[in-house]
Design a protein around this ligand. Structure first.
Ligand SMILES: [Zn+2]
Length: 252
C-alpha cells in the first residue's frame, strides 16, 4: 500500500537507506570480530586443525573451491558472544569469510528449555555447521531464506555425524534438537491456543510443556533424516548438483 504512494525517487531513496543500514551493521560486525581477535581470552584456530572436516567437505562438494586450510575460526569469549550476538552459538560472516564461535560449549545454543537444549555439541560439530554456511554461500552468492540455509547446514552434517558413530537418535537429541524445536513450536502454540507467546512467557510455556514439545521435535527430526536419505538416494548422492540446479532455475 505504501509502495503505491511512493514516487520512484522516494522508492530508490528508501532502498538506498536500507542498504546503508545493512552496510553499517556489517561494518559493526567486522569491527566486533576484529575486537574478538585482539582479546587474550579468544582462541584463534585454523580450519587446518580439523582435517576430517576438510576431507568431508571436499568429498561432498568437489566443485567448490574454498581455501580451507586458510580459514580462521575465532572462538570468542562466551560473555561477549552473549552480549553482542544474543542467541547465536556461532556464525559465518560472509564479508570476511570468517567463522566466529562461542568458546563455551554450554552456551552455544538458545538458552530456553534447559533439558531440551542442553548442549552436547563438540567443537568440530559447530565448526562443520558454520563451514556448511560458507559452502552454501559459495554455491550461490544469492541470499536465500535463513530457513533454507539452516536446513542445508543441519542436514548436510548428518553423514558426518554418522561417520563419527552417532545413531540417528543421538543425532537428533544432540545436534538437530534446537532446530527441530523451532520447527514444531508454531504448531504446538497454535494447537494449545497460545499463538502469540513471546519472550519470558514463551520460555515458561516451553518449560511447562517440555515433554510434548520434545516428542514432537524428535518426530520432526526423524522426518528430516528420512527425507534427507530419500533425497540423496534419488539423486545418487549428488545433492550439490540438485542444490545448484534449484538456484539456476531461479536465475532465469
Ligand atoms: Zn546455522
Amino acid at each position: 500500500m505504501n509502495r503505491r504512494k511512493m514516487t520512484r525517487s522516494q522508492y530508490y531513496a528508501a532502498k538506498r537507506k536500507q542498504r546503508d543500514k545493512e552496510n553499517e551493521a556489517k561494518k559493526h560486525i567486522a569491527k566486533t570480530i576484529e575486537e574478538y581477535k585482539g582479546l587474550a581470552s579468544s582462541n584463534i584456530q585454523s580450519l587446518a586443525k580439523y582435517p576430517d572436516i576438510i576431507v568431508y567437505l571436499r568429498e561432498k562438494f568437489p566443485s567448490i573451491d574454498i581455501d580451507y586450510e586458510n580459514v580462521d575460526i575465532t572462538f570468542a569469549p562466551p560473555y561477549r558472544m552473549k552480549r553482542d550476538f544474543p542467541g547465536a552459538g556461532g556464525f559465518f560472516f560472509p564479508d570476511l569469510k570468517e567463522l566466529v564461535i562461542s568458546g563455551d560449549t554450554t552456551l552455544r545454543r538458545n538458552d530456553y528449555c534447559k533439558r531440551i537444549l542442553e548442549s552436547c555439541l563438540q567443537d568440530d560439530e559447530v565448526v562443520l555447521h558454520e563451514m556448511l554456511h560458507f559452502v552454501s554461500r559459495e554455491i550461490s552468492s544469492m541470499k536465500t531464506s535463513s530457513e533454507y540455509e539452516e536446513e542445508f547446514a543441519y542436514t548436510n552434517t548428518i553423514p558426518y555425524l554418522r561417520k563419527k558413530g552417532y545413531s540417528d537418535s543421538k543425532i537428533i537429541e544432540n545436534y538437530l534438537m534446537a532446530y527441530c524445536v523451532q520447527g514444531v513450536l508454531p504448531q504446538v502454540l497454535r494447537e494449545m491456543k497460545q499463538p502469540k507467546l513471546e519472550g519470558q512467557k514463551l520460555k515458561v510455556f516451553i518449560d511447562k510443556n517440555e515433554n510434548i514439545i520434545y516428542s514432537k521435535a524428535f518426530d520432526f527430526g526423524l522426518k528430516m533424516i528420512t527425507e534427507y536419505d530419500v533425497r540423496n538416494n534419488n539423486v545418487h548422492d549428488n545433492e550439490e548438483k540438485e542444490h545448484v540446479g534449484r538456484f539456476s532455475t531461479l536465475e532465469l
